[in-house]
Design a binder for this molecule. Structure first.
Ligand code: AMP
Length: 114
């Protein structure tokens, strides 16, 4: 069996995280190394390596993740200005190979991103 990712261990409740949202399809918790005052990770329970590995069958799941992200942005008071990031592949800075959305907010953001 391949080694579980850290996010799969959080989903399986093998390592702790402060769960901010959970349903049948996804889970959300604060990033352990926050890059903004609000920095939440939204991840599907299904193990998909990255957006580059998503398929047609994931269409509804991906839409669901975005709507949960929107809801969390509202709940955390950043609905008027937040950034979502999905790093796909090591070259793009992905370090945990389980698809996730970063929700970042409550600070000024620059463009282009680094
Ligand atoms: P990425 O670099 O896009 O793959 O994002 C992975 C994110 O997971 C990083 O921002 C890490 O800080 C975060 N992270 C790693 N381990 C944990 C953990 N145990 N709990 C919460 N966030 C984590």
């Amino acid at each position: 069996m391949p080694e579980k990712t850290i996010f799969k261990k959080i989903i399986d409740k093998e390592i702790p995280a402060k769960i901010l949202y959970e349903d049948d399809l996804c889970i959300a918790f604060p990033d352990i190394a926050p890059q903004a005052p609000v920095h939440i990770l939204i991840i599907p329970k299904e193990e998909i390596i990255s957006l580059a590995h998503a398929e047609e069958k994931h269409k509804e799941l991906l839409g669901h993740l975005l709507l949960v992200t929107r809801k969390l942005a509202e709940e955390h008071g950043v609905k008027d200005g937040f950034r979502t990031v999905m790093n796909s592949g090591a070259k793009a800075g992905q370090s945990v190979f389980h698809l996730h959305i970063h929700l970042l907010g409550d600070r000024e953001m620059k463009w282009p991103p680094g």
